[in-house]
Write a protein that binds this ligand. Structure first.
Ligand SMILES: Nc1ncnc2c1ncn2[C@@H]1O[C@H](COP(=O)(O)OP(=O)(O)OP(=O)(O)O)[C@@H](O)[C@H]1O
Ligand SMILES: [Mg+2]
Length: 621
């Protein structure tokens, strides 16, 4: 049975992973994390060896107490030896304390370093990594896996060292005492260890099965006792089947648990039998030596007691060491898992010699841009267009046409596969990511707010923004009055812990956030969800100042946004199918006409259709 106290789940995952190949570089990397703690490591190594050495003292002292004190009848020496035992006991428990302190320092230090490094590394990973990684996986690496490292240090590393030193020192003490009895003891060791190992293995296997069955049972409870699950059970009349299934799982758990308890008991009994019986065999052999001592060195009663008590000290470390490969394999697998994360190269990063650009004018050029989320399935094919500084282009097209994809390429959330994108004539890949992204503001289809106050969320765009600036931005985004009406105003908590904002309010907040950032280039991905006409009109009013004096690429779903833009591009079949003004396109592009009729939300007035000079301004002002 493993004494490495990593969680059962983690142990399971590590056991399932392909066996790690031990290479020098892997070991080197592991030790590179330990390096800052070399002083602690050396100290802890010393303490461990010292306590292992002190560990044999009580046995040796007992031997001396019997031979030189009790049997020799020397009361003064007896008292001294007893006192010495007490002192040694106190010293060794003090050493134990020191060792815990040292190893806790190492373990906490290493895990803390690993977490910090992992977190900053993950910050450099591209958007694709977060969209493609299974939910929960990243958090598990950050928390459970790195915590596993703590057990590796405090358990595997320290206990291996302790076991090896205990065994070596105990063997030396054994052989110095009496080599015949020592050899007999070593020969008898497997008698003790093998049965316990077998029982331990069996027990671990059963525990594993029980855990699986428990998971099954929990899943079943979650599914069938949930509102919708129960509804399904009732409507399909499956109560009987579900009852039977549950009984079966439960029955198996019952049987397995009984077996496990029995195996556990068996485990304890074998330990008891053998640990009690091996000393008896030593006594027998020692007796033979004492009484018919012709076949070996002479032995005293005290020495026999030394051998017996030293032998029992060997059992546990030897048993542990025989299991150590399991712990070591798991530890290496754990480090491999973590290193695999450290090794992920951020494929979207600053190029060698990337330029820190100042505030750009905002001429955006897409030239023969090709892109797909998978190399074999392009979403955009050979897309070219240019937006002059300060102009607003609207992109329209069917759902899934690639509009959002098109604009996410500009801040390099993804890199183009072919062609290029440039701003003010410079390829965006030649700019530093930070300076490129400083020049771009994005209001995405689904707005995200962090847990915190409204003001904190707004300051995310500009940490040093004054209250006046924030209010100014919110007024422009038509959300100030709403915020002011809240009892706690700008200090109202939003997100999980606070106020639930409506979709429209969230959008206006994120518009205010971008107004605060004040970038020369704006990307706006209008939400497709239809809002009621009042929210709709608020949003339209909020968007207007956002578009002013900026280059903007807008994925538009609303007529008012479309007609407010300088040019409309129809995205279809991975390319730009048509372009022009609203009225031009209505005449020229049947696809646009169809989109217009089916998709564009038309707020408030019906007679807005088809005219380019109407705009939202009139109503909003
Ligand atoms: N992260 C992603 N990984 C793989 N495929 C994606 C990913 N995001 C989008 N796609 C696919 O790329 C295509 C274009 O998606 P995109 O989001 O650009 O469409 P859209 O024009 O914005 O649609 P909508 O109007 O519904 O927002 C779709 O087929 C979509 O399934
Ligand atoms: Mg989209």
């Amino acid at each position: 049975m493993s004494r490495n106290r990593i969680s059962f789940d983690l142990a399971e995952r590590l056991d399932k992973a392909p066996a790690p190949t031990v290479t020098l570089s892997l070991l080197g990397r592991i030790f590179s994390f330990l390096k800052p703690y070399t002083a602690y490591l050396v100290a802890s190594f010393g303490v461990i060896v010292l306590s292992a050495g002190l560990g044999v003292a009580p046995s040796l002292l007992t031997g001396a107490i019997i031979d030189k004190g009790l049997l020799a009848g020397d009361l003064a020496l007896l008292c001294q030896l007893v006192l010495l035992s007490l002192i040694l006991l106190v010293v060794s428990s003090g050493l134990g304390l020191l060792e815990s302190w040292l190893s806790a320092n190492i373990a906490q230090g290493v895990t803390c370093d690993m977490k910090n490094r992992m977190y900053s590394h993950l910050q450099t990973m591209p958007h694709r990594f977060f969209t493609d990684t299974k939910q929960g996986e990243i958090i598990t690496r950050m928390t459970e896996d790195i915590s596993g490292v703590r057990s590796v240090i405090t358990q595997t590393l320290a206990s291996t060292l302790r076991n090896v030193s205990t065994i070596v020192i105990t063997l030396v003490a054994l052989y110095r005492t009496n080599w015949v009895l020592a050899t007999a003891g070593v020969v008898l060791l497997p008698l003790f260890i093998l049965p316990t190992r077998l029982a331990g293995k069996r027990r671990w296997a059963i525990t594993r099965q029980i855990q699986q069955k428990r998971d099954e049972s929990n899943q079943m409870l979650n599914e069938t006792l949930s509102v919708s699950g129960q509804l399904l059970v009732k409507l399909f009349g499956r109560e009987g089947d579900e009852n039977r299934k549950y009984r079966e799982i439960n029955d198996e758990i019952r049987k397995l648990t009984v077996t496990e308890t029995l195996t556990g008991r068996l485990f304890m009994s074998t330990i008891q039998i053998f640990s009690s019986f091996t000393p008896q065999l030593i006594y027998l052999l020692g007796g033979l030596l004492m009484m018919k001592g012709s076949f070996g060195p002479a032995v005293t009663v005290g020495e026999i007691s030394i051998i017996v008590s030293l032998m029992t000290r060997l059992h546990r470390p030897v048993d542990d060491l025989l299991n150590i490969h399991v712990d070591i394999t798991r530890s290496l697998a754990l480090f491999e898992r973590l290193f695999a994360y450290y090794d992920m190269v951020p494929d979207i990063a600053d190029r060698e010699g990337a330029v820190e650009v100042p505030r750009l004018k905002g001429q955006v050029t897409y030239e023969h841009v090709t892109f797909g989320y998978r190399p074999d399935a392009p979403v955009l094919k050979d897309v070219s267009f240019r937006v002059e500084p300060g102009c607003s282009y609207a992109f329209v097209g069917g759902s899934g046409a690639g509009k959002s994809t098109l604009i996410t390429l500009l801040p390099r959330l993804y890199d183009v596969m072919g062609g290029s994108i440039s701003i003010d004539g410079m390829d965006i890949r030649d700019m530093t990511l930070a300076s490129l992204r400083r020049n771009i503001g994005m209001v995405s289809q689904d707005t995200y707010l962090f847990n915190g106050t409204i003001a904190e969320n707004l300051r995310y765009a500009k940490p040093d923004a004054t209250r006046e600036e924030i209010e100014e931005a919110c007024k422009k985004a038509h959300i100030h009055d709403f915020i002011a009406s809240l009892p706690q105003g700008y200090d109202t908590l939003v997100g999980n812990r606070g106020l639930r904002l409506s979709g429209g309010e969230k959008q206006r907040l994120s518009i205010a956030r971008v107004i605060l950032k004040d970038p020369p280039i704006l990307l706006l991905d209008e939400a497709t969800s239809a809002l009621d006409s009042i929210s709709e009109s608020h949003i339209q009013a909020a968007i207007k100042p956002l578009l002013e004096s900026r280059t903007s690429l807008v994925v538009a779903h609303r007529l008012s946004t479309i007609v407010a833009s300088d040019k409309i591009l129809v995205v279809d079949g991975g390319g730009i199918a048509a372009s022009g003004t609203h009225s031009q396109l209505l005449e020229r592009s049947p696809l646009y006409k169809k989109l217009f009729e089916t998709q564009f939300t038309v707020p408030v007035k019906e007679d807005d259709h088809g005219t380019t000079d109407h705009s939202f301004d009139g109503r909003a002002a």
